[in-house]
Ligand binder design. Structure first.
Ligand SMILES: C[S@@+](CC[C@H](N)C(=O)[O-])C[C@H]1O[C@@H](n2cnc3c(N)ncnc32)[C@H](O)[C@@H]1O
Length: 241
């Protein structure tokens, strides 16, 4: 990933440690340290809250309702289109922003020294706010033919946040190809890598002929010989809608 990611790109890694013999494994922590040594910047950690986590009872822990998505970058400056994932301000704003204290009217630096400050008065009169780093999404495995498929909203949110149309998204653990399907709908190019041939065949059969053309070694497209490269591309895009 370090070799192929663009300097302005982002690597999102969905990983959660397993519990072995009643104890949480430390491999995620070790992985973060190893990636840091490799040259990655560990920029952020997002939480995917699984809204439909099934009920259960364990002697020493509660049911696991979240997964982490680690964000790694090659540079401190990277492409991030924050306006693409804005959310409605919500009802709290009606009451909270009505009565502002003196502290609310100036930049209030974090008490824990995180460097994050806030000026609540900046948000008066606005309809939309930036989201938090917690995503509330239900799992969607039932009709995906893969036991660990992403809900489509998960790759969609990150693709929206970190890419533009015609950018390229790579999922090195493709599985049932959720990331690739979503990337296609969002008019991004995508590449999937998968260890198991049955998943590769399944995803390949689900992609339309235009997508297969994109994944296979280049063959001559069946279009009028008079079209130039740009016209051929726009013709292909029309067929992917
Ligand atoms: C957790 S699943 C990903 C599911 C995917 N996000 C989806 O929505 O279907 C991980 C996938 O990575 C594949 N995999 C594991 N190790 C791999 C490797 N070294 N190279 C490529 N694929 C691998 C597994 O076969 C599995 O299908």
């Amino acid at each position: 990933m370090l070799r192929v990611l663009k300097p302005s790109g982002t690597f999102i890694l969905n990983i959660k440690e397993k519990v072995v013999n009643g104890e949480c494994s430390t491999y995620v922590m070790e992985l973060i340290l190893a990636m840091h040594k490799q040259g990655w910047l560990w920029t952020e950690e997002f939480i995917w809250h699984k809204k439909n986590c099934y009920p259960g009872k364990w002697p020493n822990r509660f049911r696991d309702a979240w997964e982490r998505l680690l964000q790694f970058n090659k540079n401190k400056k990277f492409n991030m289109y924050q306006e693409e994932v804005m959310v409605p301000m919500g009802d709290w704003a009606k009451t909270r922003l009505k009565k502002l204290s003196q502290t609310d009217r100036k930049r209030d630096e974090s008490k824990v020294g995180s460097g994050f400050g806030k000026n609540i008065s900046n948000w008066v009169g606005r309809d939309m706010a930036y989201p938090t780093n917690v995503l509330h999404l239900a799992t969607e495995c039932s009709n995906k033919k893969h036991s660990a498929a992403f809900p489509e909203g998960l790759p969609e949110w990150f693709i929206r946040l970190f890419t533009r149309e015609n950018d390229t998204v790579l999922d090195p653990f493709m599985g049932s190809g959720t990331t690739n399907m979503v990337a296609k709908k969002m008019r991004r190019n995508s590449i999937g890598i998968e260890l198991l041939p049955e998943y590769y065949e399944m995803v390949k059969s689900q992609l339309s002929s235009v997508d297969v053309y994109l994944l296979e070694p280049r063959v001559k497209p069946v279009v009028s010989a008079s079209l130039n490269h740009r016209q051929v591309k726009s013709n292909q895009l029309k067929h992917t809608v």
